[in-house]
Design a protein around this ligand. Structure first.
Ligand SMILES: [Zn+2]
Length: 512
């Protein structure tokens, strides 16, 4: 069986998902999980895009050992310089450079002729090759490129030294039959195309990203670019978990193997949704909340007597074990530590001590603590940033015939500030009070609340997205908070978002 290489671009294309803004620490945590799940190549970012992107690629490159680490760059010398600078310390660095080859992109975006694009592609692959043996070239908008020209470009970049050539369906335009044919004709007609890794990168604008990727695999592609949960620009990219479980479940048909540890899929998906603030829809294939739920009586009966009647894969195969009721108030530190190890966490003594404190606090409020609760606690800690502002206490009055009022007490560098405000409902009132206490002018773009587990005493997890009102088109900041009390979770999430804003923009945004 041939081995399919998985090129994960959650940290680059996935991070371009509208509303997603991962900080350095979160990117590194995601990268470590991608290494654990077994992806062959991690595209860690677009190094020249900003100093923050550069730093993220560099840190990922320095910390990841088992996966190759790539940075994207335009086919321009200074971009390539920057990309190499970011990945040079990786165990296996890769430079991934791209140039558009379709008529529409060449004419309106690049204002270049075919000859100019061909020449630049060759020269920039050669330029990258001076730094790094592993050079990937992407012909942007390949699926809308004149086929003869595409063949020519591929042939020439291989001659120039490209070790991987990527055929992106940049705008999600192609169909499985058409794309499969294109990949096959590249394999058949382009000289030396068997000497390189042939890659595809499919977008999901017509809902075909996974289907197109699978069609490419059957027809000769051996590297797939994809993201966890299908995150990415617009409608997103091909979802890694769907491609892998497709190959696994239908090994008989595809005959491909891969290096992914499928038992890590669920965990990876959870970490990415938690950090990105984007949850998959419940009916999402593989990782959606309902993907393994059997609702109808006939189905339930079938699955109970023989699983395979309605189940083509098991929840265990993606690491979705039945939610175990594990610990409670009386559980000791040892039991807690053991569970952390079983869940795959590798924490320092101090981190364990902190997590155990949180666990005890939670156990006072919630009778049975499950794996999901523990994961929510740990991952809240893991992504924590410096707390300029701490919530000291809050008091909220609300009712159906009452104007909601909130009193908030926050600590900002040893200073205690108390403020009150009214609002449309308790959450609005508390957010207004926080804004007033900090003299900050922000806009709440989105608010979501979900229960981490079932039951009345479940942990509530709140995500907020906020914008700085003072700056046009400003970046969005995500905040997260968890608590058994949803108002507390909301207040924590709002303060968390403000702390993230401060860690990037400095404390000048406060007016206190
Ligand atoms: Zn893309």
């Amino acid at each position: 069986m041939s081995i399919l290489k998985i090129f994960d671009t959650t940290l680059r294309d996935g991070e371009q998902t509208p509303g997603v803004n991962l900080n350095l620490h979160e990117k590194l945590e995601i990268a470590k999980q991608l290494e654990k799940v077994g992806v062959d190549i991690i595209e860690a970012g677009f190094a020249i895009a900003s100093p923050g992107d550069f730093e993220a690629v560099k840190i990922v490159a320095e910390n990841i050992k088992d996966s190759k680490v790539a940075s994207l760059c335009r086919a321009v010398e200074k971009d390539i310089d920057r990309a190499y600078e970011a990945v040079r310390n990786a165990v296996s660095p890769r430079i991934h450079t791209f140039l558009a080859t379709s008529d529409i992109h060449m004419k309106y975006k690049l204002r270049m002729t075919e000859d100019e694009v061909l020449e630049r592609s060759i020269n920039m692959v050669k330029y990258a090759k001076k730094y790094c043996n592993d050079v990937e070239f992407s012909a942007e908008d390949a699926s809308r490129t004149r086929v003869e020209f595409l063949f020519k470009v591929i042939e020439e970049v291989i001659k120039a030294g490209a070790t991987v050539v990527n055929i992106p369906d940049t705008v999600g335009y192609t169909t499985p039959e058409e794309f499969g044919k294109l990949i096959r004709s590249i394999k058949e007609k382009v000289p030396n195309s068997d000497k390189i890794d042939l890659s595809v990168h499919c977008h999901n604008d017509l809902g075909l990203a996974v289907a197109n990727s699978l069609a490419a695999i059957i027809n000769g592609a051996n590297q797939i670019e994809c993201t966890i949960n299908g995150l990415g620009e617009r409608a997103g990219n091909a979802a890694m978990e769907e491609i892998i479980m497709g190959l696994e479940t239908r090994k008989d048909y595809y005959g491909f193997t891969h290096n992914i540890d499928t038992k890590q899929i669920y965990r990876t998906s959870e970490i990415v949704s938690r950090y990105s603030g984007i949850r998959s829809q419940p009916n999402k294939a593989i990782v959606g909340d309902n993907a393994f739920a059997h609702e109808s009586g006939i189905h339930q009966h079938g699955v109970l007597s023989e699983k395979t009647t309605y189940e083509i894969m098991t929840p265990e195969s993606i690491g979705l074990a039945k939610n175990r009721m594990v610990l409670g108030k009386l559980s000791g530190k040892h039991a807690f530590e053991d569970r952390l190890v079983e869940l795959g966490y590798n924490l320092s003594k101090d981190e364990i001590a902190l997590a155990f404190d949180e666990f005890k606090k939670l156990a006072d409020k919630k009778k049975n603590i499950t794996d999901k609760d523990i994961e929510a606690l740990i991952e809240e800690r893991a992504s924590e940033i410096e707390e300029y502002i701490e919530m000291e206490s809050f008091q909220i009055n609300s009712g159906n015939k009452l104007i909601s009022t909130a009193v908030i007490r926050v600590i900002v560098k040893d200073r205690v500030i108390t403020e009150s405000a009214t609002g449309d409902g308790p959450i609005d009132a508390s957010f207004n009070a926080i804004e007033r206490a900090l003299g900050i002018n922000i806009k709440l773009e989105e608010y979501t609340l979900r229960a981490v587990t079932g039951g009345k005493d479940a942990l509530g997890e709140v995500f907020v997205r906020v914008l700085d009102r003072n700056v046009e088109n400003d970046k969005i900041y995500i905040g997260r908070g968890i608590s058994t009390d949803v108002l507390e979770a909301s207040v924590k999430a709002y303060i968390n978002a403000i702390n993230r804003m401060i860690s990037e923009k400095g404390e000048d945004i406060l007016n206190i």
